[in-house]
Design a binder for this molecule. Sequence first.
Ligand SMILES: *Cc1c(COP(=O)(O)O)cnc(C)c1O
Length: 424
Amino acid sequence: MGNYKRGTVCVQGGYEPKVGEPRVLPIYQTTTYKYDDPDHLERLFNLEEEGHLYTRISNPTVEALEKKYAELEGGVGAVSTSSGQAAILNAILNICKAGENIISTTTLYGGTINLFTVNLKNIGIEVRFVNPDAKEEEIVSLADSKTKLIYGETIGNPSLNILDIDKFSKVAKNIGIPLIVDNTVATPIHCNPIKHGANIVIHSTTKYSDGHAQAIGGIIIDGGNFNWNNGKFPELTEPDPSYHGMRYVDTFKEAAYSVKLRVTLIRDLGNGLNPFNAYLTNLGLETLHLRMERHSYNALKLAKWLKNHPKVSFVNYPFLEDSNEYYKATKYLENGASGILNFGIKGGIKEAKEFMKGLKLTSLVVHLGDSRTSILHPATTTHNQLDEKAQIESGVTKDMMRVSVGIEDINDIIIDFENAFLKI
Ligand SMILES: *Cc1c(COP(=O)(O)O)cnc(C)c1O
Protein backbone atom coordinates (compact mmCIF):
# COMPACT_ATOMS: atom_id res chain seq x y z
CA MET A 1 0.00 0.00 0.00
CA GLY A 2 1.89 3.16 -1.22
CA ASN A 3 3.68 5.49 1.12
CA TYR A 4 0.89 6.38 3.51
CA LYS A 5 1.10 7.78 7.03
CA ARG A 6 0.45 5.52 10.01
CA GLY A 7 -3.12 6.70 10.57
CA THR A 8 -4.00 5.75 7.01
CA VAL A 9 -2.28 2.36 7.32
CA CYS A 10 -4.26 1.70 10.52
CA VAL A 11 -7.50 2.13 8.60
CA GLN A 12 -6.70 0.68 5.18
CA GLY A 13 -3.39 -1.21 5.36
CA GLY A 14 -2.94 -4.93 4.74
CA TYR A 15 -6.02 -5.55 2.63
CA GLU A 16 -6.68 -4.30 -0.90
CA PRO A 17 -9.77 -5.92 -2.43
CA LYS A 18 -9.91 -6.46 -6.16
CA VAL A 19 -12.99 -5.53 -8.23
CA GLY A 20 -16.13 -7.14 -6.83
CA GLU A 21 -14.42 -8.51 -3.70
CA PRO A 22 -15.65 -7.67 -0.16
CA ARG A 23 -14.69 -4.12 0.86
CA VAL A 24 -14.08 -5.25 4.44
CA LEU A 25 -11.48 -7.89 5.33
CA PRO A 26 -13.41 -11.18 5.51
CA ILE A 27 -12.87 -13.89 8.11
CA TYR A 28 -11.46 -16.80 6.13
CA GLN A 29 -12.77 -19.39 8.56
CA THR A 30 -11.10 -22.32 6.82
CA THR A 31 -8.35 -24.74 7.73
CA THR A 32 -7.49 -25.73 4.16
CA TYR A 33 -7.02 -24.42 0.62
CA LYS A 34 -7.88 -26.05 -2.70
CA TYR A 35 -5.39 -26.76 -5.47
CA ASP A 36 -5.74 -28.40 -8.91
CA ASP A 37 -2.18 -29.36 -9.72
CA PRO A 38 -0.14 -31.67 -7.43
CA ASP A 39 3.08 -30.09 -8.73
CA HIS A 40 1.81 -26.71 -7.55
CA LEU A 41 1.21 -28.12 -4.07
CA GLU A 42 4.68 -29.69 -4.06
CA ARG A 43 6.24 -26.32 -4.91
CA LEU A 44 4.34 -24.74 -1.98
CA PHE A 45 5.62 -27.44 0.39
CA ASN A 46 9.16 -26.76 -0.81
CA LEU A 47 8.72 -22.99 -0.28
CA GLU A 48 9.44 -22.47 -3.97
CA GLU A 49 6.21 -20.55 -4.37
CA GLU A 50 4.03 -18.52 -1.99
CA GLY A 51 0.52 -19.61 -1.05
CA HIS A 52 -1.61 -20.87 1.81
CA LEU A 53 -1.36 -24.55 2.66
CA TYR A 54 -2.91 -25.00 6.03
CA THR A 55 -4.19 -22.45 8.56
CA ARG A 56 -1.78 -23.60 11.28
CA ILE A 57 0.94 -21.96 9.13
CA SER A 58 -0.87 -19.11 7.34
CA ASN A 59 -4.34 -17.81 6.49
CA PRO A 60 -5.54 -14.85 4.37
CA THR A 61 -7.23 -12.99 7.28
CA VAL A 62 -4.18 -13.46 9.47
CA GLU A 63 -1.92 -12.45 6.59
CA ALA A 64 -3.77 -9.15 6.12
CA LEU A 65 -3.18 -8.32 9.79
CA GLU A 66 0.50 -9.24 9.42
CA LYS A 67 0.92 -7.01 6.37
CA LYS A 68 -0.74 -4.08 8.14
CA TYR A 69 1.48 -4.53 11.18
CA ALA A 70 4.68 -4.85 9.14
CA GLU A 71 3.78 -1.54 7.49
CA LEU A 72 2.93 0.12 10.80
CA GLU A 73 6.30 -0.84 12.31
CA GLY A 74 8.39 -0.40 9.18
CA GLY A 75 9.37 -4.08 8.93
CA VAL A 76 9.82 -6.48 6.01
CA GLY A 77 7.44 -9.12 7.37
CA ALA A 78 5.42 -10.17 10.38
CA VAL A 79 4.18 -13.38 11.97
CA SER A 80 1.09 -13.48 14.21
CA THR A 81 0.93 -15.71 17.25
CA SER A 82 -1.73 -17.03 19.59
CA SER A 83 -0.72 -14.58 22.34
CA GLY A 84 1.90 -12.02 23.32
CA GLN A 85 3.64 -14.71 25.37
CA ALA A 86 3.83 -16.94 22.28
CA ALA A 87 5.31 -14.01 20.33
CA ILE A 88 8.09 -13.57 22.90
CA LEU A 89 8.79 -17.31 23.06
CA ASN A 90 8.89 -17.75 19.27
CA ALA A 91 10.99 -14.62 18.73
CA ILE A 92 13.63 -16.07 21.04
CA LEU A 93 13.45 -19.77 20.03
CA ASN A 94 13.88 -18.75 16.39
CA ILE A 95 17.56 -17.96 17.01
CA CYS A 96 18.37 -19.40 20.43
CA LYS A 97 18.57 -22.96 21.71
CA ALA A 98 19.50 -24.98 24.80
CA GLY A 99 22.98 -24.10 26.03
CA GLU A 100 22.78 -20.53 24.75
CA ASN A 101 21.80 -17.32 26.51
CA ILE A 102 20.17 -13.91 26.08
CA ILE A 103 20.55 -10.53 27.80
CA SER A 104 17.40 -8.79 29.04
CA THR A 105 16.56 -5.65 30.97
CA THR A 106 14.91 -6.22 34.36
CA THR A 107 11.95 -3.87 33.82
CA LEU A 108 9.58 -6.34 32.19
CA TYR A 109 5.97 -7.47 32.18
CA GLY A 110 5.41 -10.07 34.94
CA GLY A 111 4.50 -12.84 32.50
CA THR A 112 7.74 -12.27 30.60
CA ILE A 113 9.74 -12.49 33.82
CA ASN A 114 8.11 -15.85 34.61
CA LEU A 115 8.80 -17.09 31.09
CA PHE A 116 12.44 -15.99 31.32
CA THR A 117 13.24 -17.19 34.83
CA VAL A 118 11.29 -20.46 34.87
CA ASN A 119 10.40 -21.93 31.48
CA LEU A 120 13.33 -20.71 29.36
CA LYS A 121 15.62 -21.91 32.12
CA ASN A 122 13.88 -25.31 32.09
CA ILE A 123 14.62 -25.71 28.40
CA GLY A 124 18.25 -24.69 28.84
CA ILE A 125 18.22 -21.04 27.79
CA GLU A 126 19.78 -18.70 30.33
CA VAL A 127 18.56 -15.11 30.70
CA ARG A 128 21.20 -12.64 31.95
CA PHE A 129 19.39 -9.65 33.46
CA VAL A 130 20.75 -6.13 33.33
CA ASN A 131 19.56 -2.87 34.84
CA PRO A 132 18.15 -0.73 32.00
CA ASP A 133 20.34 2.18 33.21
CA ALA A 134 23.56 0.10 33.02
CA LYS A 135 26.51 1.53 31.08
CA GLU A 136 27.38 0.05 27.68
CA GLU A 137 30.49 -1.72 29.03
CA GLU A 138 28.44 -3.44 31.72
CA ILE A 139 25.95 -4.77 29.16
CA VAL A 140 28.77 -5.95 26.85
CA SER A 141 30.49 -7.69 29.77
CA LEU A 142 27.46 -10.00 30.18
CA ALA A 143 27.86 -11.39 26.66
CA ASP A 144 29.87 -14.41 25.58
CA SER A 145 30.08 -16.45 22.36
CA LYS A 146 26.72 -18.07 23.18
CA THR A 147 24.76 -14.83 23.65
CA LYS A 148 22.14 -14.58 20.91
CA LEU A 149 20.08 -11.45 21.48
CA ILE A 150 19.24 -8.49 23.72
CA TYR A 151 15.66 -8.00 24.93
CA GLY A 152 13.77 -5.00 26.37
CA GLU A 153 10.40 -3.20 26.48
CA THR A 154 9.96 0.25 24.90
CA ILE A 155 7.81 1.35 27.85
CA GLY A 156 8.36 -1.11 30.69
CA ASN A 157 5.18 -2.58 32.08
CA PRO A 158 4.49 -1.48 34.82
CA SER A 159 7.67 0.48 35.72
CA LEU A 160 7.13 2.87 32.74
CA ASN A 161 10.88 2.97 32.26
CA ILE A 162 11.66 4.07 28.68
CA LEU A 163 14.18 1.84 26.92
CA ASP A 164 17.26 3.69 25.70
CA ILE A 165 16.98 2.04 22.28
CA ASP A 166 20.06 3.85 20.91
CA LYS A 167 22.23 2.50 23.71
CA PHE A 168 20.96 -1.07 23.56
CA SER A 169 21.01 -1.25 19.75
CA LYS A 170 24.58 0.07 19.72
CA VAL A 171 25.66 -2.60 22.21
CA ALA A 172 23.80 -5.30 20.27
CA LYS A 173 25.51 -4.20 17.06
CA ASN A 174 28.93 -4.32 18.75
CA ILE A 175 28.30 -7.87 19.96
CA GLY A 176 26.82 -8.87 16.58
CA ILE A 177 23.38 -9.87 17.88
CA PRO A 178 19.88 -8.46 17.29
CA LEU A 179 17.91 -6.22 19.65
CA ILE A 180 14.35 -7.46 20.24
CA VAL A 181 11.90 -4.89 21.61
CA ASP A 182 8.46 -5.50 23.12
CA ASN A 183 6.54 -2.44 21.87
CA THR A 184 3.16 -3.44 23.36
CA VAL A 185 2.60 -0.40 25.54
CA ALA A 186 3.98 2.29 23.20
CA THR A 187 2.27 0.82 20.11
CA PRO A 188 3.47 1.78 16.61
CA ILE A 189 1.59 5.08 17.02
CA HIS A 190 3.94 6.37 19.73
CA CYS A 191 7.15 4.56 18.75
CA ASN A 192 8.71 2.60 15.89
CA PRO A 193 11.68 0.86 17.55
CA ILE A 194 13.04 -0.33 14.17
CA LYS A 195 13.57 3.32 13.17
CA HIS A 196 15.77 3.70 16.25
CA GLY A 197 17.87 0.61 15.51
CA ALA A 198 15.88 -2.33 16.94
CA ASN A 199 15.86 -5.44 14.74
CA ILE A 200 12.78 -7.37 15.84
CA VAL A 201 9.63 -5.90 17.39
CA ILE A 202 7.01 -7.88 19.24
CA HIS A 203 3.55 -6.97 20.51
CA SER A 204 0.92 -8.45 22.68
CA THR A 205 -1.90 -7.42 20.31
CA THR A 206 -4.26 -8.33 23.16
CA LYS A 207 -3.68 -4.84 24.54
CA TYR A 208 -3.95 -1.60 22.52
CA SER A 209 -3.99 -3.26 19.07
CA ASP A 210 -7.27 -5.04 19.78
CA GLY A 211 -8.17 -2.26 22.19
CA HIS A 212 -11.56 -3.65 23.16
CA ALA A 213 -10.47 -6.53 25.42
CA GLN A 214 -11.82 -9.21 23.09
CA ALA A 215 -8.97 -11.11 21.42
CA ILE A 216 -5.75 -12.61 22.81
CA GLY A 217 -2.95 -12.41 20.26
CA GLY A 218 0.65 -11.51 19.52
CA ILE A 219 2.83 -10.52 16.61
CA ILE A 220 6.51 -10.52 15.69
CA ILE A 221 7.73 -7.93 13.18
CA ASP A 222 10.98 -8.52 11.31
CA GLY A 223 12.96 -5.30 10.77
CA GLY A 224 14.95 -6.91 7.95
CA ASN A 225 17.87 -4.77 9.14
CA PHE A 226 20.15 -7.35 10.74
CA ASN A 227 23.02 -9.10 8.98
CA TRP A 228 22.58 -12.76 10.00
CA ASN A 229 25.66 -13.75 7.97
CA ASN A 230 28.15 -13.16 10.77
CA GLY A 231 28.74 -16.78 11.77
CA LYS A 232 26.60 -16.58 14.93
CA PHE A 233 23.29 -17.74 13.44
CA PRO A 234 23.73 -21.11 11.72
CA GLU A 235 19.96 -21.74 11.95
CA LEU A 236 19.52 -19.02 9.31
CA THR A 237 22.70 -19.41 7.28
CA GLU A 238 23.25 -23.21 7.19
CA PRO A 239 21.12 -25.66 5.15
CA ASP A 240 17.79 -26.68 6.76
CA PRO A 241 17.33 -30.44 6.24
CA SER A 242 13.54 -30.09 6.76
CA TYR A 243 13.44 -28.06 3.50
CA HIS A 244 15.91 -30.04 1.35
CA GLY A 245 18.94 -28.10 2.51
CA MET A 246 17.53 -24.64 1.79
CA ARG A 247 19.38 -21.69 3.38
CA TYR A 248 17.00 -18.99 4.68
CA VAL A 249 19.35 -16.05 4.14
CA ASP A 250 19.97 -17.09 0.51
CA THR A 251 16.33 -17.77 -0.39
CA PHE A 252 14.49 -15.14 1.66
CA LYS A 253 17.21 -12.48 1.94
CA GLU A 254 16.25 -9.75 4.46
CA ALA A 255 13.05 -11.61 5.50
CA ALA A 256 15.00 -14.76 6.48
CA TYR A 257 14.17 -14.43 10.19
CA SER A 258 10.39 -14.08 9.81
CA VAL A 259 10.04 -16.73 7.09
CA LYS A 260 12.04 -19.22 9.11
CA LEU A 261 9.97 -18.47 12.20
CA ARG A 262 6.74 -19.22 10.34
CA VAL A 263 7.83 -22.31 8.44
CA THR A 264 9.56 -23.97 11.39
CA LEU A 265 8.23 -22.75 14.76
CA ILE A 266 4.66 -21.84 13.82
CA ARG A 267 4.51 -25.02 11.71
CA ASP A 268 5.89 -27.28 14.47
CA LEU A 269 4.70 -25.67 17.71
CA GLY A 270 1.30 -24.67 16.33
CA ASN A 271 1.00 -21.40 18.24
CA GLY A 272 -0.11 -19.14 15.41
CA LEU A 273 -3.12 -16.82 15.49
CA ASN A 274 -6.60 -17.96 14.45
CA PRO A 275 -8.58 -16.09 11.73
CA PHE A 276 -11.36 -14.85 13.99
CA ASN A 277 -8.95 -13.20 16.44
CA ALA A 278 -7.02 -11.77 13.48
CA TYR A 279 -10.25 -10.22 12.23
CA LEU A 280 -11.03 -8.67 15.63
CA THR A 281 -7.49 -7.41 16.04
CA ASN A 282 -7.56 -5.85 12.58
CA LEU A 283 -10.86 -4.15 13.41
CA GLY A 284 -9.24 -2.74 16.55
CA LEU A 285 -6.23 -1.48 14.60
CA GLU A 286 -8.51 0.55 12.35
CA THR A 287 -8.93 3.05 15.22
CA LEU A 288 -5.55 2.59 16.96
CA HIS A 289 -4.26 6.04 15.97
CA LEU A 290 -7.40 7.77 17.29
CA ARG A 291 -7.56 5.73 20.47
CA MET A 292 -3.88 6.26 21.35
CA GLU A 293 -4.31 10.00 20.98
CA ARG A 294 -7.15 9.96 23.53
CA HIS A 295 -5.52 7.39 25.86
CA SER A 296 -2.40 9.56 26.06
CA TYR A 297 -4.33 12.82 26.46
CA ASN A 298 -6.44 11.36 29.28
CA ALA A 299 -3.46 9.75 31.02
CA LEU A 300 -1.45 12.97 31.12
CA LYS A 301 -4.48 14.85 32.52
CA LEU A 302 -5.07 12.21 35.20
CA ALA A 303 -1.34 12.09 36.05
CA LYS A 304 -1.27 15.87 36.60
CA TRP A 305 -4.41 15.72 38.72
CA LEU A 306 -3.04 12.86 40.85
CA LYS A 307 0.22 14.74 41.45
CA ASN A 308 -1.66 17.40 43.38
CA HIS A 309 -3.70 14.94 45.44
CA PRO A 310 -2.87 14.82 49.18
CA LYS A 311 -3.41 11.04 49.42
CA VAL A 312 -0.96 10.27 46.61
CA SER A 313 2.72 9.63 47.39
CA PHE A 314 4.07 9.55 43.82
CA VAL A 315 2.93 9.57 40.19
CA ASN A 316 4.79 8.03 37.27
CA TYR A 317 3.99 9.07 33.74
CA PRO A 318 6.81 9.52 31.24
CA PHE A 319 5.49 12.86 29.95
CA LEU A 320 5.36 14.51 33.39
CA GLU A 321 8.12 17.09 33.11
CA ASP A 322 9.75 16.11 36.42
CA SER A 323 9.77 12.39 35.50
CA ASN A 324 13.18 10.68 35.35
CA GLU A 325 12.05 9.32 32.00
CA TYR A 326 11.02 12.67 30.50
CA TYR A 327 14.16 13.15 28.39
CA LYS A 328 13.97 9.63 26.90
CA ALA A 329 10.21 10.01 26.45
CA THR A 330 10.65 13.14 24.34
CA LYS A 331 13.43 11.40 22.39
CA TYR A 332 11.68 8.10 21.61
CA LEU A 333 7.94 8.70 21.92
CA GLU A 334 5.79 10.67 19.50
CA ASN A 335 2.56 12.36 20.56
CA GLY A 336 2.14 10.61 23.88
CA ALA A 337 3.16 7.79 26.18
CA SER A 338 0.00 5.61 26.12
CA GLY A 339 -2.72 5.35 28.76
CA ILE A 340 -0.60 3.56 31.35
CA LEU A 341 0.38 5.43 34.47
CA ASN A 342 1.09 4.40 37.99
CA PHE A 343 0.88 6.09 41.33
CA GLY A 344 1.52 5.38 44.97
CA ILE A 345 -1.22 5.58 47.52
CA LYS A 346 -0.21 6.86 50.97
CA GLY A 347 -0.25 3.91 53.34
CA GLY A 348 0.18 0.61 51.51
CA ILE A 349 -1.65 -2.55 50.47
CA LYS A 350 -4.65 -1.92 52.78
CA GLU A 351 -5.28 1.59 51.44
CA ALA A 352 -4.67 0.44 47.85
CA LYS A 353 -7.36 -2.25 48.22
CA GLU A 354 -9.81 0.19 49.87
CA PHE A 355 -9.26 2.65 47.05
CA MET A 356 -9.94 0.02 44.36
CA LYS A 357 -13.16 -1.03 46.13
CA GLY A 358 -14.33 2.58 46.03
CA LEU A 359 -14.06 2.93 42.25
CA LYS A 360 -17.20 2.61 40.13
CA LEU A 361 -16.45 3.59 36.54
CA THR A 362 -12.93 2.20 36.72
CA SER A 363 -12.88 -1.57 36.84
CA LEU A 364 -10.55 -3.97 38.53
CA VAL A 365 -9.29 -6.22 35.73
CA VAL A 366 -6.09 -8.03 34.75
CA HIS A 367 -5.55 -6.19 31.53
CA LEU A 368 -4.32 -2.98 29.98
CA GLY A 369 -4.95 -1.09 26.78
CA ASP A 370 -8.72 -1.45 26.82
CA SER A 371 -10.92 1.50 25.86
CA ARG A 372 -12.42 1.19 29.38
CA THR A 373 -10.37 2.57 32.28
CA SER A 374 -9.01 -0.15 34.53
CA ILE A 375 -6.81 -0.49 37.57
CA LEU A 376 -4.59 -3.16 39.07
CA HIS A 377 -2.37 -3.61 42.11
CA PRO A 378 0.72 -5.28 40.57
CA ALA A 379 2.38 -6.38 43.84
CA THR A 380 -0.55 -8.68 44.69
CA THR A 381 -1.44 -9.73 41.11
CA THR A 382 0.74 -9.63 37.95
CA HIS A 383 4.00 -9.46 39.94
CA ASN A 384 2.77 -11.61 42.83
CA GLN A 385 5.00 -14.59 41.93
CA LEU A 386 8.16 -12.51 42.25
CA ASP A 387 10.04 -12.15 45.52
CA GLU A 388 10.42 -8.65 46.96
CA LYS A 389 13.84 -8.04 45.38
CA ALA A 390 12.63 -9.06 41.92
CA GLN A 391 9.51 -6.92 42.42
CA ILE A 392 11.63 -3.84 43.16
CA GLU A 393 13.90 -4.58 40.18
CA SER A 394 10.93 -4.73 37.88
CA GLY A 395 9.71 -1.41 39.30
CA VAL A 396 6.90 -2.64 41.55
CA THR A 397 6.37 -1.29 45.07
CA LYS A 398 3.69 -2.34 47.58
CA ASP A 399 1.86 1.00 47.43
CA MET A 400 1.85 1.13 43.62
CA MET A 401 -1.34 1.10 41.56
CA ARG A 402 -1.23 0.69 37.80
CA VAL A 403 -3.93 2.49 35.87
CA SER A 404 -4.79 1.84 32.25
CA VAL A 405 -6.55 5.07 31.42
CA GLY A 406 -9.32 4.51 28.90
CA ILE A 407 -10.89 6.75 26.30
CA GLU A 408 -13.96 7.83 28.30
CA ASP A 409 -14.45 11.52 29.13
CA ILE A 410 -11.53 12.45 31.41
CA ASN A 411 -13.78 14.46 33.72
CA ASP A 412 -15.76 11.35 34.62
CA ILE A 413 -12.57 9.39 35.28
CA ILE A 414 -11.28 12.10 37.63
CA ILE A 415 -14.60 12.24 39.51
CA ASP A 416 -14.47 8.44 39.92
CA PHE A 417 -10.97 8.67 41.41
CA GLU A 418 -11.94 11.57 43.68
CA ASN A 419 -14.93 9.64 45.04
CA ALA A 420 -12.75 6.59 45.75
CA PHE A 421 -10.16 8.74 47.56
CA LEU A 422 -12.94 10.15 49.75
CA LYS A 423 -13.67 6.61 50.98
CA ILE A 424 -10.17 5.98 52.40
C1 LIG B 1 0.33 -8.53 28.22
C2 LIG B 1 1.73 -8.38 27.82
C3 LIG B 1 2.45 -9.48 27.29
C4 LIG B 1 1.83 -10.85 27.14
O1 LIG B 1 0.83 -10.83 26.21
P1 LIG B 1 -0.45 -11.86 26.19
O2 LIG B 1 -1.14 -11.47 24.96
O3 LIG B 1 -1.20 -11.61 27.45
O4 LIG B 1 0.13 -13.22 26.14
C5 LIG B 1 3.74 -9.26 26.91
N1 LIG B 1 4.33 -8.06 27.04
C6 LIG B 1 3.69 -6.99 27.57
C7 LIG B 1 4.39 -5.68 27.70
C8 LIG B 1 2.36 -7.12 27.97
O5 LIG B 1 1.73 -6.07 28.50
